[in-house]
Design a protein around this ligand. Sequence first.
Ligand SMILES: [Fe+2]
Ligand SMILES: [Fe+2]
Length: 329
Amino acid sequence: MGILGSGVQDGLLLKPITYPWAYDLYNQAVANTWFPNEIQLGEDLADFKKMTDEEKHAITYLMSYFNPNELLVNKALAFGVYPYINAPEGHLYLAKQMWEEANHCMSFEYVLETFPIDREAAYESHVSVPSMAAKEEFEVRFIRRMTEETLDITTTEGKKDFIRNLVAYNIILEGIWFYSGFMVALSFRQRNLLRNFGSLMDWIIRDESLHLQFGINLILTVLEENEDLQDPEFAEEIRQMILGAVEMEEQYNRDLLPKGILGLNADYVNQYVKYLADRRLEELGFDAHYNVSNPAKWMATANDTLQLVNFFEATNTSYEVNAQATKTP
Ligand SMILES: [Fe+2]
Ligand SMILES: [Fe+2]
């Protein structure tokens, strides 16, 4: 029996572990547990009030995008992934990831409550701004297919839909679109603004990097276990999905940064998007398509030096609530 299946009575005994990568990621995720109120946003509120209208627009726009989309990832997992895998270690990880997405949503709510952002207007944009709505519709289309009664996970077509949904929410939404937003959010810290908000983003990014590792491992496992999916036409379809997602993101970033802000404009962000898309293509076994350099090398540095961030008013700077949990069997 492979990782795919929908036998409700299968996968009820955890040991022996069949997919150690899923078990390891669960333990890492538990060790990474954090809560938004560990970070105080007082200084950031003072920064926000001093920012230009364009800068405030960028932050508000990010909230408009992130907030509903954190919850949309959970729908992709609940409707499209959890019901179709058998491995209990996969279910453990997905349960933790779903809590993390809820925690991310609550983190953005915390920011919305702290900054003078009109919540109604921020909530409205995900349907009223065409480039943002298009990204959401793209995701919803693939999640919907997973809920159709005709879907049969034992057929080639059913398995292809599983992979399509996985690529849509994991590689594209979490692995490209979210990172593009993270970079814009963290660019403020590069100018010594919104530093504590930046720490919140660091924690979210640390979670998201595990979500990506889980998704990529799951895609590669399903492809390896199912020879009927290893056809060049399907591979090309997946590649085109990713390239199309880059185009959608380019339009979105032009709306996010119509005039640009200090040190950042839509072209800069879109070059980063292309750089990211190439890394995701390579992780899936494709060749890079854009071959551009990373315009935001500081992003890697910012995340490598996570431990050195000064948390100002933070009440708890401990990253690991339970270091024991990282031990593997
Ligand atoms: Fe998230
Ligand atoms: Fe995520």
